[in-house]
Ligand binder design. Structure first.
Ligand SMILES: Nc1ncnc2c1ncn2[C@@H]1O[C@H](COP(=O)(O)OP(=O)(O)OP(=O)(O)O)[C@@H](O)[C@H]1O
Ligand SMILES: [Mg+2]
Length: 264
């Protein structure tokens, strides 16, 4: 593992979209320093996972990239455009994602595309198609309250995908789920992500080291608050990364390096 303050891109996808450049990014809420100079590059099409202790500023980092929080100092750009005050450059899924209880499954999933300007009928057609790929056929007309936690997460991820922008900014999208359901969802997420002709970059915030190693091309570890990048780990295991990999010594070594960086 390379310990560095600049997590430069290591494994760009051959064809991808959504370059993220973060330089010297600082943020304070009042007198509380939350981010202490973050440098991060995400190459077009690259999948980066961000690990870090609770409260270190992971969600704040994503909110800055989503244009929802103005950083105190430093710069963040998406495809060269400064994110300050620019809502809608990325496809952002907040940490506590709420499906709208009064919309059925298809219109919930279509919301992201509708907000991005796609006419409602076309957005719903796209949503219905994607939901099939997420294993939700037969539930198109269900209400969110009639779904399991894993199904709701799939609808939420479908909605984020349908925003049609890059990067995907996913804040603990599997946080509340059991291990088996999470495993299934990794497969769905990866399958849909890999199927794009122009693969989108992604920044996934997670507390789970194995999840980061399963999904990411590169894992970035933030320090305790105020967060800064203390380590990066390039992940080169072939995809899809099945659970058997977790028993391998090189997987265990990567996990141990990340856990050590988290505990430092
Ligand atoms: N709107 C806000 N106003 C004031 N303080 C905030 C605000 N949002 C976050 N904070 C503070 O900023 C710090 C970082 O919060 P953030 O949500 O980014 O952490 P996190 O790394 O995502 O944590 P977790 O892993 O628990 O989700 C925390 O101390 C939090 O209390
Ligand atoms: Mg958070």
């Amino acid at each position: 593992m390379k310990s560095t303050s600049d997590a430069s891109a290591l494994s760009p996808s051959p064809s991808g979209v959504g370059r993220v450049e973060v330089r010297g990014l600082r943020h304070a809420f009042g007198s509380v320093d939350v981010l202490a100079g973050v440098d991060l590059t995400v190459a077009p099409g690259e999948f980066v996972a961000v690990l870090g202790p609770s409260g270190c500023g992971k969600s704040t980092l994503l909110k800055i990239l989503a244009g929802l929080v103005e950083p105190t100092a430093g710069t963040a750009t998406i495809d060269g455009t400064d994110v300050r005050g620019r809502l809608g450059l990325a496809a952002y899924q907040p940490q506590r994602d709420a499906l709208l209880p009064w919309r059925r499954v298809v219109p919930n999933a279509a919301l992201g595309a509708e907000l991005a300007g796609v006419p409602a009928a076309a957005a719903r057609a796209q949503a219905a198609e994607l939901l099939v790929r997420f294993g939700l056929s037969g539930f198109e007309r269900a209400w969110p309250a009639q779904l399991s936690g894993g199904m709701r997460q799939r609808v939420a991820i479908a909605r984020t995908f349908l925003v049609g922008r890059a990067p995907l900014l996913l804040d603990e999208p599997f946080g509340a789920l059991d291990a088996l359901t999470r495993r299934d969802l990794y497969g769905w997420l990866e399958g849909v992500w890999e199927a794009d002709d122009d693969r989108r970059s992604a920044v996934l915030v997670t507390h789970d080291v194995d999840e980061a190693l399963t999904l990411a091309d590169r894992v970035v570890v933030l320090s305790a608050r105020p967060g800064r990048v203390v380590a990066t780990e390039a992940v080169s295991f072939a995809r899809p990364r099945r659970p058997e990999l977790l028993a391998r010594p090189d997987w265990g070594a990567a996990r141990a390096r990340l856990l050590a960086a988290l505990a430092a």
